[in-house]
Design a binder for this molecule. Structure first.
Ligand SMILES: N[C@@H](CCC(=O)N[C@@H](CS)C(=O)NCC(=O)O)C(=O)O
Length: 213
């Protein structure tokens, strides 16, 4: 397996944590993509992922899989013993629901703030995005507020259960952690009163998979 990504970036981190949780990191060849240089917007990369984003998984038969959730589903089910995406219909549904909330209300909202309300990845990349849209800064700032509301939502969830989707660490936790890492990158602070969220972050950061990623 090959993964096209950038070490340290928030979405690539999600897949790297999943691989480490599954003990698969050393079975992957990582290929670094030059994001600030715009390599992900060139034809050769768009042929792998038309969305022009990392990470992308390449399988031995030449199939390319993008989206962290799809890649995580794949690596989690390779051995027939899923530990991150749910083993029962109920667990699968709850994890899917919570991870989607983590994408929409946190990591994607932070990404929009980063790309539209800050210099983001620099003019070479950002100026190509929605160039005629005059309200992009205001939209970006609104998405920053949405991300903070997302943090408050997950704080509330974590006051009553140890992990985002319930009793066990899952893909939903990985997505929330990716969201908080991206928020740090974009300089969006976690509100000081989100004690449960901060305690959870401290705990998950101690996991060997997170330290290794
Ligand atoms: N929904 C995608 C998000 C991927 C994504 O946005 N990755 C960022 C890196 S953290 C990227 O490639 N950004 C490039 C850009 O926005 O131009 C996933 O789950 O893989």
């Amino acid at each position: 397996m090959k993964i096209y990504d950038v070490p340290g970036f928030p979405n690539p981190l999600r897949v790297r944590i999943a691989l480490a949780e599954k003990g698969l990191s050393d079975q992957v060849e990582f290929v670094k993509v030059d994001l600030p240089g715009g390599e992900h917007k060139e034809e050769a990369f768009l042929a792998k992922n038309p969305s022009g984003a990392v990470p992308v998984l390449e399988l031995g038969d030449g199939l390319f899989i993008s989206e962290c959730t799809a890649i995580t589903e794949y690596v989690d089910n390779l051995d027939g013993k899923p530990i991150l995406t749910g083993a029962t219909p109920r667990d699968k549904a709850v994890i899917h629901m919570m991870q989607k909330r983590a994408e929409t209300e946190l990591i994607d909202a932070v990404a929009d703030y980063f790309h539209y309300a800050t210099p983001g990845l620099g003019p070479k990349i950002e100026d190509g995005k929605k160039p005629t849209w005059t309200g992009r800064d205001a939209f970006g700032r609104k998405q920053g507020e949405r991300a903070v509301a997302g943090m408050r939502y997950f704080d509330k969830v974590l006051r009553h259960q140890p992990y985002v989707a319930g009793e066990a660490f899952s893909m939903a936790d990985i997505t929330v952690l990716g969201g908080l890492v991206f928020a740090g990158f974009a300089k969006i602070d976690v509100p000081e009163d989100c004690a449960a969220l901060m305690a959870w972050r401290q705990r998950v950061q101690e996991r060997p998979s997170v330290k290794a990623a």
